[in-house]
Design a binder for this molecule. Structure first.
Ligand SMILES: [Fe+2]
Length: 222
């Protein structure tokens, strides 16, 4: 039993993404399907090798979300929902799920389209932070944090407020119910291959390649 739990906790390493079928539908027969992200792959920020490696890591998260979901279902059906294995896999689920979803948010926001001067998002950020530039300065301070995780602009739609937050790994510190509008992958795998240790240069390159129309749509709830 303990061996099985240990093996499942190492899923990303144990379950390489080779052979994961890439589908355009977000979900097929109750299983999540890996999506394709052309602008990320071909946007010129990353070499093909680096972008492909990153995509395969993402596909591994999709695969593991499906695997965990299936295993939890099996254990529950077998009356083992009170087992240590069930508890550990359940504990792991949010990490894998957010790993999948945050990569989708990140990959989909490439495309180099500027934020319009009169955009509702720009205006809302300016209202809360004093100016768009003040928000940007605050957000771009996040990547300086050491460690692996994400810088995220999230929107608390219930209160109509933005938050710039650091997400520890994929799931630590995620404000409940908040919607990720814009995220920066700050795991080393996101930049090491093309930018080595020059994280500021990586952030600058991603920032210049953002598709703000996508971010604006998220803010509009579409
Ligand atoms: Fe990543």
């Amino acid at each position: 039993m303990l061996k099985m739990i240990a093996a499942l906790l190492l899923l990303p390493a144990l379950l390489p993404a080779q052979g994961v079928k890439t589908l355009s539908a977000p979900e097929t027969k109750g299983q999540y399907a890996a999506r394709t992200f052309t602008a990320f792959m071909q946007g010129g920020v990353f070499t093909f090798t680096a972008a492909n490696t990153h995509t395969r890591l993402y596909q591994g998260y999709v695969k593991n979300v499906n695997l965990l979901g299936e295993r939890l279902k099996e254990l529950s059906a077998a009356g083992k929902a009170d087992s240590p294995e069930y508890a550990e896999l359940n504990r792991r689920f949010g990490w894998e799920f957010n790993g999948m979803r945050l990569h989708e948010v990140y990959f989909a926001q490439f495309g180099a389209a500027p934020l319009a001067a009169k955009s509702p998002l720009r205006e809302a950020l300016a209202r809360q932070y004093g100016s768009y530039e003040a928000w940007e300065k605050d957000f771009l301070a996040l990547p300086a944090a050491r460690g692996i995780g994400w810088a995220a602009l999230v929107y608390d739609r219930q209160a109509g407020r933005f938050h710039n937050v650091w997400l520890e790994q994929h799931d630590g510190g995620f404000p409940a119910g908040a919607e990720p509008l814009l995220v920066l992958d700050l795991f080393e795998h996101a930049f090491l291959q093309d930018f080595q240790l020059d994280k500021p240069r990586y952030v600058k390159a991603v920032w210049a390649a953002l598709n703000w129309a996508v971010v604006e749509k998220r803010f509009a709830g579409r």
